[in-house]
Design a protein. Structure first.
Length: 957
């Protein structure tokens, strides 16, 4: 690779292509860094006593204002479903903050302190003396009337209406500070918090409600109200006189122990004028998420954090027992914070918010934020949710009920609020759904179908929950309870998630199949002749989405048709942590005990298969492995430590050898990178010492998650063929699309679009087709009998490749075209029979000769389809594993396009990147994010093992 100054050096971004990063106008810079940090923290913390040890509580009186904004979720969905110019996260941020900022300006101008932004709601506080409550309630009412007058109803440019409703309460409150040396959080608790939620719940859009306590404490002669039937709360009509409270004096009284710059006209928050203070800044940093601190420390505009992003939301609600005092509640919240924080660190999630809700404490946690994105975040979120539930239910005595809701999908992530008081938050339909799951399914870990599917965990980890009507949620889909593996012990249940269907052969993998077929044929010949000169392991390696599972399904299908005994199964991420799990699954299938219903039945099968007297003494070795209860033999009782482990391994190998010698056996393992290290040792010996044939598929792993030494020995064994899958040829994409959709023809424009967007990766093709279908850009219609289809035979010499008789299904239709789309296939995971279906099916099963074609919808624009969520998640996962300098290089390269010169890249990058460009380019080439675009055509190799690392980079300029 040439130096970055050479104008002839051309790079190419390899898929997935990162979303383009538009130029964003920076926000007004704070005078000092401490002010940037303080803008994320309320006055009650900034001006509080930060020297006390956590946890601690501070009591005071105050007035609360809760403003709930409706329309944000619809607005977020509108922006997330479009890729039109001006519909990006930048414009969404401006729309949100324009409206919220105006509301916050009214609150700050009235001396209010923004405690937090809870998604699309704002909680504000006036911390005052008991005798001032009446006047300050009038002030809060006046502020609320101003908000409703100026911001009550707001039309947006995309047709969504924003409205606000307000609740007000007052009384005794407590501020609770909890956390650890790295992160701290605060909540405000007390009866007034419960009442302000109650008041807001009674309000409708454009109204203001005073809670019962606020109505008792306020100046009733000054506030005109209407009663609410069967409620002690009242609805505010208007205020008769201006509040008798000096806002200016109140603001000046704040933070007198700290130094501020001169307060100039127009400054609405005193804390935005703090002078540098190292100790205060150090303490305030604990209240700000690391995601935000990185941007502040790098002096980058916080607008860069605003994006529509696939994420996993975890809402945790803790209900306390009735007898628990506020002091005990304080320590219970600290204990919960410690436990939840531990799970977040373990599984790479973040605590975003802590607040009191419905007489309980609620934690909003997020997985997949910038820097944290992982392809397996849904499984990590579920595991952390279960750990949190177990900890809070069993370890915190004050908690009566712990409830957790988990959802996955697109959300808006970004800094929301006012320039001087804002917070990093998440907004969207999936956030609302997680909150509803948490409240409607108490005492369990509940999740939506997307989380269930994206997690790729076995179906027996879950139970389907009964349907419930949830406020503000339409068609939530199937809801599951996550049980975790320990609730069901199984033997050999790891079935393949992808199965080959009779009339749907594998496309575009003829060379890869030939490697397997030739190796298997030669192996069987050598087996008959007694020769050992054969290959007996074929391993396929590729990134996610290249069709490894489909390839293995084809292998299983073809081998079974030829009468070969086939044992096939798929592993999950959790299996790598369970020693002997793969061995257990292999042996259970080999010995035919996987379908036995009891240990007694399994024992009978094992005794019938292992009849040699010298081996029967070791049957008790199967007790833990296959869940049986053979008595401990004298031979085994005399063994200890390493001798016992070696004898057990020898016994398993002997049994394995005995079974595979009786008849030829093909073992197929999908997701082989999840084989546990102990099982790799067993597989290594089995492949060396027994006449077994194995085929596996595994994913390319990052260096920090490299395979075990035994796995590498299997890969580098002379008997192993190692095949790296590349993208499909462009000529295959049209056939693949027809197979996925269940049609016999697609438009040429769609074919070219798929070739461009999919890069030959089957999963990308599927996801793009999903976006096209759900956006009505393509429609599927039944072909008339008279319609010409002469070109079909040219495209598909064998029509049965794509034509399949319909099967009855109970899923609803999606449009008048009488065609059903199988969403489970598009989600990309498999838990049930439904999820093995990989196409769109015609519903009418009466006619087996019906043929469908794909057309482009009216007024449809292909290039306005947004990047599919799953692909965006994969791209973000790759980005988040890069260094910040590498991320910036990739994003700026994406602005230029698919190919670029290093000279052009250097020209548009900030000057501070000049010193890091060469190093970043080298790293990006090595990780295959960039490659030389000078017309090199890669030669296909039947097997290529990375036996040694090369420092040379491939450049063909």
């Amino acid at each position: 690779m040439k130096e970055s100054g050479n104008s002839h050096t051309v790079g190419k971004c390899t898929p997935p292509i990162c979303p383009k990063m538009g130029r964003i106008k920076p926000e007004s810079k704070a005078a000092h860094k401490i002010n940037s940090i303080a803008s994320h923290v309320p006055d009650v913390v900034v001006y509080g006593d930060l020297s006390k040890e956590v946890p601690y509580a501070e009591n005071f009186h105050g007035v609360l204002l809760f403003a709930d904004i409706s329309g944000f979720t619809a607005l977020t969905e509108k922006f997330s479903m479009s890729s039109k110019k001006g519909y990006g996260a930048d414009q969404l941020t401006r729309t949100l903050n324009s409206y919220i900022g105006e509301i916050v300006t009214h609150i700050l101008a009235a001396g209010g302190d923004i405690l937090n932004y809870a998604g699309d709601a704002i909680l504000a506080l006036w911390k005052v003396e008991r005798m001032q409550l009446s006047d300050v309630i009038s002030l809060a009412v006046k502020c609320s009337l101003n908000i409703q007058d100026q911001c009550g109803i707001r039309e947006t440019e995309v047709g969504c209406q924003l409205r606000v409703k307000i609740g007000i309460s007052a009384g005794k409150l407590s501020k609770v500070i909890m956390g650890d040396k790295v992160s701290e959080y605060f909540v405000v608790i007390g009866r007034a918090v419960d009442e302000v939620r109650l008041a807001e719940g009674l309000a409708v859009a454009s109204t203001i409600i005073l809670s019962p306590n606020a109505w008792e404490l306020c100046d009733r002669d000054n506030i005109a109200t209407d009663p609410i039937e069967n409620e002690r709360a009242v609805k505010v009509r208007y205020i008769k006189q201006e509040p008798n409270f000096s806002v200016e004096e109140y603001i000046q009284s704040k933070g007198k122990h700290l130094s501020h710059e001169n307060i100039i006209k127009g400054v609405v928050r005193k804390a935005s004028r703090l002078m540098p203070n190292a100790d205060l800044e150090k303490n305030l940093r604990k209240y700000v998420m690391q995601t935000v601190l990185q941007k502040i420390d790098d002096d980058q505009p916080l607008e860069y954090l605003s994006e529509m992003r696939p994420a996993t939301i975890v809402f945790v609600n803790l209900q306390f027992r009735h007898y628990v005092t506020e002091s005990a509640q304080c320590f219970a919240i600290q204990q919960a914070t410690d436990g939840i924080g531990h799970q977040m660190v373990k599984h790479q999630g973040r605590i975003n918010k802590v607040f009191m809700f419905d007489k309980g404490c609620t934690f909003l946690c997020v997985f997949g934020l910038p820097g944290d994105k992982r392809e397996d975040e849904s499984s990590h979120a579920l595991q952390s949710a279960f750990g949190i539930h177990e900890f809070c239910s069993k370890e915190i005595r004050e908690v009566s009920t712990a409830s957790v809701g988990v959802t996955s999908g697109p959300v808006f992530c970004g800094v929301v609020g006012h320039p001087v008081r804002h917070e990093y938050t998440v907004i969207g339909r999936k956030v609302n759904l997680a909150a509803r799951l948490m409240m409607n399914y108490p005492g369990v870990v509940s999740c939506d179908r997307e989380t269930y599917c994206y997690s790729k965990l076995p179906s027996f980890y879950f139970n389907e929950l009964p349907k419930k009507a949830m406020k503000g949620v339409q068609n939530p889909g199937i809801i599951y309870q996550y049980l975790a593996k320990k609730h069901q012990k199984t033997v050999g249940k790891a079935l393949m998630s992808v199965e080959r269907e009779e009339n749907y052969p594998l496309l575009g993998r003829e060379k890869e199949m030939e490697v397997f077929s030739n190796a298997l044929k030669h192996f069987l010949q050598c087996r008959k002749s007694g020769s050992k000169d054969y290959h007996n392991v074929v391993i396929y390696e590729a990134a996610v989405g290249y069709g490894k599972s489909r390839l293995l399904a084809e292998i299983v299908f073809k081998a079974a048709k030829e009468g070969l005994r086939v044992i096939s199964f798929e592993l999950a991420k959790t299996d790598i942590k369970q020693p002997f799990y793969t061995v257990q699954t292999l042996m259970a299938h080999l010995l035919s005990v996987s379908n036995c219903k009891s240990y007694v039945e399994r024992e009978k099968v094992l005794v019938s298969k292992i009849r040699q007297p010298d081996q029967q003494d070791y049957l008790c070795f199967f007790n833990d492995l296959l869940l049986v209860k053979f008595p401990l033999s004298k031979k085994v009782s005399l063994l200890e430590g390493k001798d016992k482990a070696q004898q057990m391994k020898t016994f398993f190998i002997n049994v394995f050898h005995m079974i595979v010698e009786e008849e030829p056996c093909l073992c197929v393992i999908d997701e082989a990178h999840y084989i546990d290290p102990v099982s790799w040792e067993f597989i290594k010996e089995a492949c060396e010492k027994t006449p077994v044939f194995m085929s596996m598929a595994l994913r390319r792993l990052p260096l920090q998650n490299s395979l075990s030494p035994a796995a590498n020995k299997v890969i580098r064994n002379p008997r192993t063929l190692y095949v790296k899958l590349s993208g499909l040829e462009a000529s295959v994409i049209a056939q693949l699309a027809c197979q996925i959709l269940g049609v016999i023809r697609i438009p040429r424009e769609v074919e070219l679009f798929l070739v461009e967007r999919s890069h030959g990766v089957p999963y990308y093709c599927e996801e793009v087709l999903k976006s096209l279908y759900l956006s009505s850009v393509i429609v599927l219609e039944e072909m008339d009998d008279e319609e010409e289809d002469d070109d079909i035979d040219m495209l598909f010499p064998e029509p049965q490749i794509v034509i399949k008789k319909s099967k009855q299904t109970d899923l609803p239709t999606t449009s008048s075209t009488n065609v059903l789309i199988c969403y489970a296939f598009f989600i990309g995971s498999a838990k049930t029979e439904l999820l093995k279906t990989r196409k769109v099916k015609a519903l009418d099963k009466a006619s087996s000769d019906r043929k469908f074609v794909c057309h482009i919808g009216e007024a449809a624009k292909l290039h306005e389809i947004p990047i599919p969520l799953a692909l965006k998640g994969m791209a973000l996962s790759q980005l988040d594993h890069m260094l910040p300098a590498e991320q910036m290089v990739v994003k700026f390269a994406a602005i230029i396009g698919h190919t670029f010169t290093t000279q052009m890249l250097q020209y548009i990058l900030p000057e501070v990147m000049d010193q890091k460009l060469n190093q970043s380019l080298v790293s990006l080439f090595r990780s295959h994010i960039f490659e030389c675009a000078s017309g090199h055509t890669e030669t296909w190799h039947p097997f290529a093992k990375e036996t040694e690392h090369s420092d040379m980079l491939d450049c063909f300029c």
